[in-house]
Ligand binder design. Structure first.
Ligand code: URA
Length: 226
């Protein structure tokens, strides 16, 4: 990999900023000052800036408990990436949660994995905790489980778990825009609280709102095989 890309990927600066650092002789590779931006950094080489080592991290995977009020679209602020102290500059959320939805969202720069996880063909279960503004009709579960005609599409069968008169868990495999809210609106109910509890085998666990953790190697490997 080119030296300027290596440094820019690791957030030392923009491509032109790191080129200047290289020209000024501030970067060493394996102990030698390198002044060429297109220098090829081989695997395992030790790269330093002002004698501090800069490790190269190819992929990062985070599980965040997204707080209400944060965007999962990166064009807006505050967004979910602002909560993560990452090494790479190219992270992105896997799929979307509405600004007002809380809960589990994955964040990675592994585009291939993200693409696979958001594909409807992967049939990933996403379990939501839902609170509605009005009493949940007794037979709503039956209808949600059958699939709901939302006009532009019919939702795939969901799994409904009632909790009390106003709250339930709903597990769906799709991820259409505002899907859970729209499924309840179909029955005249407004979702007043929505939280994603799990994504495939990953659970929020005891992460507080706004907290995150890195996925373990075993979790990454398991996600690659879902
Ligand atoms: N369904 C919604 O309506 N909103 C979300 O954020 C996620 C699922």
């Amino acid at each position: 990999m080119r030296l300027d890309k290596y440094l820019a990927d690791m957030k030392l600066g923009t491509r032109s900023e790191v080129k200047k650092l290289i020209q000024k002789g501030k970067i060493k590779v394996d102990g030698t000052v390198i002044k060429k931006a297109d220098f090829h950094v081989s695997d395992g080489a030790k790269v330093t800036y002002l004698d501090e080592e800069i490790d190269y991290v190819a992929y990062e995977y985070y599980l965040l408990n997204k707080p209400k009020g944060y965007y999962s679209t990166l064009d807006y602020s505050p967004n979910v990436l602002e909560l993560i102290d990452s090494r790479r500059k190219d992270l992105a959320p896997v799929g979307r949660l509405d600004k007002d939805t809380e809960g589990l969202i994955l964040i990675t720069n592994d585009g291939q994995m993200a693409h696979k996880l958001i594909s409807p063909k992967s049939h990933i279960n996403k379990r939501y905790y839902v609170i509605t503004d009005k009493l949940l009709p007794l037979d709503i579960g039956k209808d949600l489980e059958k699939g709901v005609d939302l006009g532009d599409f019919v939702s795939m069968p969901a799994v409904y778990e009632p909790i009390d008169e106003y709250s339930c868990f709903l597990t769906i495999q799709e991820g259409k825009y505002h899907q859970v809210r729209r499924m309840f609106e179909h029955f005249g109910l407004t979702v007043i609280y929505l939280k994603r509890m799990s994504f495939s085998f990953l659970e929020l666990g005891n992460l507080e709102s706004g907290e995150y953790r890195e996925l373990t190697e075993a979790e990454v490997e398991a996600l690659q095989n879902v």
